[in-house]
Design a protein around this ligand. Structure first.
Ligand code: AMP
Length: 583
């Protein structure tokens, strides 16, 4: 009864808030501006305590991370004066978007945890409208924390989900029958990703009959879990058969967390061995967890590349994308979570932050026109999202491009189109064109002494491997008197490129979230053939430029059929939690 009342209240909250989108937005802005009236930032732009939209829009500039970097640097160095927010900065959230190769640092305040928790609390009431009886079983979720660092001023810097899993909101959450998960908190909080995954999978297998939904944050994470099962099912089955935990699990609290659940179960062990030892893993998810109603993973944006593989392993289970969020702020949720991946739209909740929108055609040059408010965006148009948050970001460009598809009450619903300047992404990594270019230039140094150079290149992600990896296509020119580099040189070029990519990429490689980078060397003339192909499809000869990233299957086929040699990175690029931009 109490649970259903709670769900009712949450659904009413969604209705109320979205019906009054514009009023709620005005209130959010006025609250942010009045709370932060005495901050250096708002004073710098002569807000003089004003809390209305007109003054705000007239005086506060639209900014990107680079504009705020000097202020953020001061906070990181320990300046506790109210620079961006009146509330003390409680920690930095490290975004997967980078600046000068390092994760962006997003200052946040304690109260934001409550706002994020509020958005989480809306998800199950909505899901419950579409999928009944989720309170009658458990969710198998693969959640992980990442390493954290301290800034010179002593503030913790870590990803937003690490902050959330370590918070009391998560660790000491009250019992909710709709949110029972199989993973012990100790396993989620274990920094050793092998031990963490092992025990989360073990518990998922032990509770297999009770599992109703399976998820991870991103689709790539769930596929990593399947791959883990492929590699370790024998050990897992042995543990279940004997009721003793693998000695490789050394973390005392993780061992303690399975003490009572790991009891000898030879029947289950035999079942797992029988299912996992067959060649064909199609539908493995539903074979092992037969009551799974859906996969809870984000498959929008860059993650769409994983849909076919997830369909294969799950035998076509529905995939639900429940929310749209970032380190800067959590934005909104999908009010029709059981829709098809290509139909997913997110309703930005008007209470989370103040949102403005740059019409996409204006977002490439200097933004001069006036920005559109949340309630005023138009269906069918694409916009770049600009936010003003309680943590002190003012008119900040998130870098996401969204398409308005419809309205729920007065709140627009958005399809995530893409992130600006993101060329390649496997997991949370985002590599842009200039980073790729620098990587290619650095690797090209290794073939220079052979009289060889790269005449043209392009790239793509290959997600047929788990984990997925970057593929870079090179066409070479060897000058007269020069010679073709040996295989080992190209192998080295792969690692050399990786060394140049940003820290999120290198961290992904360090923890095997991203596979070794591959260079495919093409035969001479391949890019000319690519140009001919593009022109045959209507590209202009004068303006033709080789694309820096390809995804269209016929183009990939064309390139792959011209490959003369393939090379993989033989090592791992350097990565340490220490940031290059912090002393
Ligand atoms: P981060 O700040 O590292 O957490 O990354 C946030 C970014 O991830 C957002 O700005 C989006 O580009 C992307 N993102 C978050 N949620 C979704 C989603 N549901 N679908 C597609 N992309 C998303």
């Amino acid at each position: 009864m109490a649970v259903s009342n709670n769900h009712k209240e949450k659904l009413e909250f969604i209705e109320e808030t979205t019906k009054n989108t514009d009023q709620v937005q005005a209130k959010v802005l006025s609250e942010i501006l009045s709370r932060n009236a005495e901050t250096e930032y708002l004073k710098r732009y002569n807000m003089e305590g004003a809390t209305d939209r007109e003054t705000f829009k007239a005086r506060i500039p639209i900014v990107a991370y680079e504009d705020l970097k000097p202020d953020i640097q001061r906070i990181a160095e320990g300046d506790k004066s109210p620079i961006l927010a009146a509330d003390p900065i409680s920690e930095f959230l490290t975004s997967s978007g980078t600046s000068a190769g390092e994760r962006k640092l997003m200052p946040t305040i304690e109260a934001e945890l409550d706002r994020r928790q509020l958005l989480y609390s809306l998800l199950m009431p909505v899901m419950n409208l579409y999928v009944p009886d989720l309170d009658k079983g458990k969710g198998l979720y693969f959640y992980f924390i990442k390493s954290e660092t301290k800034t010179p001023g002593g503030l913790v810097a870590r990803p937003v989900l690490t902050s959330y899993y370590k918070s009391n909101h998560f660790k000491h959450r009250p019992f909710d029958p709709y949110n029972v998960i199989t993973s012990p908190t100790a396993a989620i909080l274990c920094t050793d990703s092998f031990q963490s995954m092992y025990v989360q999978m073990l518990c998922g297998l032990i509770y297999r009959a009770e599992v109703l939904r399976i998820g991870a944050v991103f689709a790539s994470g769930l596929l990593r879990a399947i791959r883990f099962l492929q590699l370790h099912w024998r050990d897992l089955a042995r543990d279940i058969e004997t009721g003793t935990l693998n000695k490789e699990i050394t973390d005392a609290s993780v061992r303690e967390s399975v003490k009572d659940v790991l009891i000898p179960n030879p029947d289950l062990a035999k079942f797992i061995s029988d299912e996992c030892s067959v060649e064909n893993w199609a539908g493995i998810i539903t074979r092992i967890w037969p009551h799974t109603k859906y996969l809870d993973v984000i498959v929008t944006g860059a993650m769409a590349q994983y849909i076919p593989t997830l369909e294969y392993y799950s035998g076509g289970l529905p995939m639900t994308c429940t929310m749209y969020a970032s380190s800067e702020c959590y934005f909104g949720l999908n009010l029709k979570p059981m829709c098809k991946p290509e139909e997913v739209t997110y309703t930005i909740m008007p209470n989370m932050c103040y949102c403005e929108f740059i019409p996409i055609e204006e977002s490439y040059g200097k933004v001069t026109g006036s920005l559109v408010d949340l309630a005023d965006v138009e269906v069918g148009k694409e916009y770049e999202l600009v936010i003003t948050t309680y943590s002190g970001l003012c008119r900040y460009r998130v870098g996401d491009v969204l398409l308005v598809t419809s309205f729920h009450n007065a709140a627009p619903q958005f399809r995530f189109i893409r992130r600006k300047n993101c060329l390649l992404s496997i997991d949370s990594d985002k590599t842009d064109e200039s980073e790729l270019q620098k990587g290619v230039e650095r690797a090209a140094e290794l073939i220079k002494s052979y009289g060889a150079g790269i005449v043209e290149y392009t790239s793509r992600t290959d997600t047929t491997t788990i984990p997925g990896h970057y593929v870079i296509y090179w066409e070479l020119l060897v000058k007269e008197g020069g010679r073709w580099p040996e295989k080992e040189v190209f192998d080295k070029c792969c690692l050399e490129m990786e060394e140049e990519l940003n820290s999120v990429y290198r961290q992904g490689r360090a923890s095997d979230i991203i596979g070794p980078l591959e260079i495919r060397v093409l035969r001479s003339g391949a890019f000319e053939e690519l140009m001919d192909y593009a022109i045959s499809r209507g590209a202009s000869i004068n303006q033709y430029k080789a694309p820096r990233c390809v995804s269209f299957p016929p183009i990939i086929e064309l390139l792959d059929s011209r490959v003369v040699s393939t090379h993989f990175s033989q090592g791992k690029p350097q990565w340490s939690p220490r940031r290059k931009d912090m002393k």
